[in-house]
Design a binder for this molecule. Structure first.
Ligand code: F6P
Length: 324
């Protein structure tokens, strides 16, 4: 392997730039050539490449988003699209690539590797923290800190007005953001896709909390929760069945994906970038770099994409106890 490419794919996450920087600088350190691929797999198909040196990634470690841009690419799902991508990689003398992204991005990389026997290495970058084979994905720590900061602010106004707030956070399939930020921000209830506790229990818990003397309440709702109601319908439902509350809704949305990465995410991304290049140079392919017990590990991409990381049962229990 003489030349490695790096791309970001799928939803962006804070810390992706630190991971790009790490891959580029590790290549420079190991005297390898490095190319950036812009706009994810779409840019690979279009040949949107740029040669990188250690100096190309100055002053990006602190920046959110991804300087390489990201995309969700339909064409890469087709054999014709992947063939075009392969031709471009060959044309630019690229021998391996590192893809920074989530499940969908890894599935694309795996398929590509199977078809062309092309060395691929994955780095988990998503705020959702839902990828098997790693305790943390790049961006998760920043996202939960952003959510906690915002909920602290919402709590100020909730308590001034004795209000109940439903706060919707990201997490299409998983409740990691909701659960962690919920515990960290002291939410009264946390609704996550992994558990449907039912609307009755929500009403009961809100009633109990009012009775116990709480004047305001925050309920965190993961966007993929399984109550069958979105936050606005939940508001209507509670207002109808429990008219003791003045209810408001706040949907945090994409602000959770932005912002300067925390130190944790920057360090994680730096470590994972080094490991990804080293693993490729050691002849490994089709793995994802992960972290467990503060050790970097490699998991076959085929395993990593099999399922979502389950929520931590112990944290669910802690959250139940804290909402007493
Ligand atoms: O995958 C990360 C994520 O933030 C999910 O939690 C969320 O459902 C989704 O991205 C939103 O993505 P889009 O950028 O397509 O709105």
């Amino acid at each position: 392997i003489k030349k490695i490419a790096v791309l970001t794919s799928g939803g962006d996450s804070p810390g992706m730039n630190a991971a790009i920087r790490s891959v580029v600088r590790t290549c420079a350190f190991m005297k390898l050539e490095c190319a950036a691929i812009y706009r994810g797999y779409q840019g690979m198909i279009d040949g949107d490449f740029k040669d990188m040196t250690a100096r190309s990634v100055n002053n990006i470690i602190n920046k959110g988003g991804t300087i390489l841009k990201s995309a969700r690419c339909e064409e890469f799902r087709t054999p014709e699209g992947r063939q075009k991508a392969y031709n471009q990689l060959k044309k630019h003398n690229i021998d391996a690539f590192v893809v920074i992204g989530g499940n969908g991005s890894f599935a694309g990389g795996l398929k590509f590797n199977e078809e062309f026997n092309f060395p691929v290495m994955g780095i988990p970058g998503t705020i959702d923290n839902d990828i098997l084979g790693t305790s943390y994905t790049i961006g998760f720590d920043t996202a939960i800190n952003t959510v906690v900061e915002v909920i602290d602010k919402i709590r100020d106004t909730a308590s001034s007005h004795n209000r109940l707030f439903f706060v919707e956070v990201m997490g299409r399939d998983v409740g990691h953001i909701a659960l962690n930020a919920g515990v960290g921000a002291g939410a009264e209830e946390i609704l996550i896709p992994e558990q449907n506790l039912g609307l009755e229990r929500l009403l009961e818990s809100l009633k109990r909390s009012k009775k116990s003397g709480k004047s305001s309440s925050i309920v965190i709702v993961a966007e993929g929760d399984k109550t069958g109601k979105n936050v606005f319908e939940l508001k209507d439902y509670v207002e109808e069945h429990l008219p003791i509350y003045d209810v408001r809704v706040s949907v945090l949305g994409h602000m959770q994906r932005g912002g300067s990465p925390t130190c944790f995410d920057r360090v994680l991304a730096s470590r994972m970038g080094v490991k990804a290049v080293e693993a490729l140079m050691a002849g490994k392919s089709n793995y994802m770099v992960g972290i467990r017990d503060n050790n970097l590990i490699l998991t076959p991409i085929s395993e990593a994409i099999k399922a979502h990381t389950p929520v931590d049962e112990e944290l669910v229990r802690v959250s139940d106890i804290m909402t007493t």
